[in-house]
Design a binder for this molecule. Structure first.
Ligand code: GLC
Ligand code: MN
Length: 433
């Protein structure tokens, strides 16, 4: 009997159903903004939280008792069997994984490489029969003690080389599995204390590293998108990929703004002191929007708790900006989320994802309705409309401080402030969520 026992494949039954194991809002075939809902949302399960994480927190260790725990290839394969059994029950089209989530830990790089090849061959077979695809692959360069002072920003060049070898192996694996993106998240790329840190050197090393990633992508003909995932801190006190704005200037400094895009996580946005929709809209404005990790933090603890989304109005605004700008291309909605450590049962794992999929479906439908209605867009256009008049266009064309000063004096310009209408807009949003 598999880990998920007789839990059935979940189907859409509509909002009125009292079947716990059914979708109320996520209807993969329903057309939203011209595409099937499944193709708009592009959901992915995060292998690490759902299958590798053991339920530990800073005060206690493992709470889960999974038959696949253990450092051996047969366990790794049992883990993959369970993972694909979950994907199938949920009808999740994608998954994401780090090297260390998937393979056993060997005693040398060579052994790790061999294990990675073996387990990803095993994945390939399961992907073929199930039809599940890889949204992105990535390297875990934060867990093992060798990474404690960073990967590409490590002061030790041997660790830098080891990081290069690790990323190469993970890009090869992602390419082999037809992955649609490759992610770099720099949890240890930053510092614990400035007192022992050469900031400038570390950022140059990281910039060169990212250039090597892009060079290798082109060399092997990987067609997916390279994504960097911003986060301000945790585990490092300060991380170089702080937020979207910081990442963008980093990419520009190292000539990568047309090659690399961003994977934006809701919880990381909040940790950086932003809203999720701010980070999404800014990435779009800068031309670097790629993909999202749809997992929230606890607003009281303020820590990165990686919980499944459950706030429809927040999710709706995120999808509003994503869909208004054309939706995902290679990106998607990854649940980088874990169940709580007391949620021990197989059912908990299934229903956590199912609920999150329903929340996202509601958010998407609300976003589509707002876009169709056009009220918000019209208001933004109205607010900037004066810039479109022939008179203002002529004035601004080649304007200088002097020419504008002359104009203000000549015309006796004395602007009258106008309402920003914020509450009216908030009321408007509430009609849809
Ligand atoms: C880690 C981070 C997560 C990131 C993932 C991929 O698990 O906590 O936010 O998305 O690595 O690199
Ligand atoms: Mn993430």
């Amino acid at each position: 009997m598999s880990f998920f026992g007789d839990i059935p494949k979940l189907k859409y039954e509509g909002p009125e159903t009292d079947n716990e194991f059914a979708f109320r809002h996520y209807n993969p075939d329903e057309i939203v903004m011209g595409k099937r809902m499944e193709d708009q949302l592009r959901f992915a399960v995060a292998y690490w939280h759902s299958f590798a994480w053991e339920g530990g927190d800073p005060f206690g260790g493992r709470t889960f008792d999974r038959p696949w725990f253990g450092n051996a290839m047969d366990k790794a394969k049992a883990k993959a069997d369970a993972a694909f059994a979950l994907f199938e029950r949920l009808g999740q089209p994608y998954f994401c994984f780090h090297d260390v989530d998937a393979r056993p830990e060997g005693s040398s790089f060579e052994e790790d490489l061999k294990y990675l090849q073996e387990i990803t061959d095993y994945f390939a077979g399961k992907m073929e029969t199930s039809g599940t695809k890889l949204l992105w692959g990535t390297a875990n360069m934060f867990n093992h003690r060798r990474w404690m002072s960073g990967a590409s920003t490590n002061p030790d060049p041997e660790v830098y080389a080891y990081a290069a070898a690790t990323v190469k192996s993970c890009m090869d694996a992602t390419h082999k599995l037809g992955g649609e993106n490759y992610v770099l998240w720099g949890g240890r790329e930053g510092y614990e204390t400035l007192l022992n840190t050469d900031l400038a050197a570390e950022m140059d090393h990281m910039g060169r590293f990212l250039n090597m990633v892009v060079e290798y992508k082109h060399k092997i003909g990987f067609k997916g998108t390279i994504l960097v995932e911003p986060k301000p801190q945790e585990p490092s006190k300060h991380q170089y990929d702080f937020d979207v704005a910081t990442c963008f200037s980093f990419l520009q400094k190292y000539g990568l703004e047309n090659e690399v895009k961003l994977n934006i996580e809701q919880g990381h946005a909040i940790l950086a002191g932003h809203s999720f929709e701010h980070e999404i809209a800014l990435a779009q404005a800068l031309g670097v929007f790629g993909s999202i990790d749809m997992n929230r933090n606890d607003y009281q603890s303020g820590w990165d708790t990686d919980q499944f989304p459950n706030n429809v109005p927040e999710v709706a605004l995120a999808y509003y900006y994503i869909m208004k700008n054309g939706g995902f291309s290679t990106g998607g909605t990854n649940f980088d989320a874990k169940i709580r450590r007391q949620s021990l049962d197989a059912e908990d794992l299934v229903l956590a994802h199912a609920g999150a999929m329903d929340v996202c479906a509601r958010g998407l439908k609300a976003a589509a309705a707002m876009i169709k209605d056009g009220g918000l867009e019209a208001e933004v256009i109205r607010r900037y409309a004066d810039w479109q008049s022939d008179k203002i266009k002529a004035l601004m064309d080649g304007a200088t401080l002097e020419s504008l000063s002359d104009w203000v004096l000549k015309e006796g310009v004395n602007p009258e402030p106008r309402s920003g209408r914020q509450e009216r807009l908030e009321n408007y949003i509430n009609r849809f969520v």
